[in-house]
Unconditional design. Structure first.
Length: 283
């Protein structure tokens, strides 16, 4: 373990630069902050470095031991250094540097990501969800929305998430923070062209279903218990007209009030949990 007390330390500068996408892309690294996110990163991802303050050391004992066993470099940092590294106004006292996993559409298929969480579900006698959905996101701009959708996708047992060209970076600090560790539980494939995503869907038997305001079917009266690829769109403009036209199914969420639409992360939650209800709780 190394003690760092200078904000001018080169390693500190390198990690602080990971707040910018340019440096994340060049280095193939990103960082996760906070006890929960760091714990999940150490267990499920490839962590290279772990920074923590002396004040947090006692509650981090198990995480530090697990990280040490995996060869993670450990740094005890003072408050000034942690403030330099952190992307928040109030640093949480622990931060992990994580390698961006190599993921692609070619690798995205049932059974291709034997995550520890899957093994735990199997050992607990939980059945495999052969109709687990895929989420396709079209030009999502807000990192908080993306992180929340990733967390929701994890909660419903989604196969993975496909981010089309123009989406915010899945590994930005705000996205990572909003995902609450779920980013480490399922594959997220970035920078995909719409045609590629649709081709993948049809090749693997997934029915593309886009949320839409017009010419759409009532979510609660539509069978979405099968293999679905749910498409959610940009916060201001929704799913592009091209994707809506290409989708086999278009869905709307019936609303009783006067609101014209709802937040994309909220809409995704409603659709994904209705899909889970139909797959698992209707007999």
């Amino acid at each position: 373990m190394e003690l760092i007390t200078s904000v001018n330390n080169q390693r500190v500068k390198d990690v602080a630069n990971l707040k910018l996408k340019k440096y994340r892309t060049e280095s193939g690294l990103f960082f996760a902050e906070g006890l929960r996110a760091v714990q999940e990163a150490v267990e499920y991802a490839e962590v290279t470095d772990l920074f923590f303050t002396a004040a947090e050391e006692e509650k981090l004992n198990e995480i530090l031991e697990a990280a040490k066993e995996k060869g993670v470099r450990l740094y005890q940092a003072d408050a000034k250094v942690m403030a330099k590294l952190s992307d928040t106004k109030t640093p949480q006292g622990v931060l992990a540097v994580v390698r961006i996993p190599e993921q692609s559409l070619q690798k995205l298929r049932p059974g291709s990501f034997p995550l520890k969480a899957d093994k735990q579900r199997h050992s607990a006698g939980m059945e495999t969800d052969n109709n687990a959905p895929v989420i396709v996101l079209d030009r999502i701009q807000d990192p908080g929305n993306l992180g929340t959708i990733i967390r929701t996708a994890d909660a419903v047992g989604a196969l993975g998430i496909i981010l089309l060209e123009g989406c915010v970076d899945a590994y930005s600090p705000k996205t990572v923070r909003a995902s609450m560790g779920s980013l480490f539980h399922l594959p997220v494939v970035q920078g995909i062209f719409p045609e590629e995503a649709l081709t993948w869907c049809y090749r693997h038997g997934y029915e593309p279903a886009a949320t839409a305001m017009k010419g759409a079917a009532n979510l609660y009266k539509t069978d979405i218990s099968k293999k679905m690829a749910f498409i959610f769109g940009n916060e201001a403009n929704g799913v592009s007209e091209e994707l809506q036209a290409a989708a086999e199914t278009r869905l709307f969420i019936p609303m009783a009030g006067q609101a014209e639409s709802m937040n994309v992360a909220m809409a995704a939650g409603i659709v994904l949990f209705e899909g889970l209800r139909q797959r698992k709780f209707i007999r």
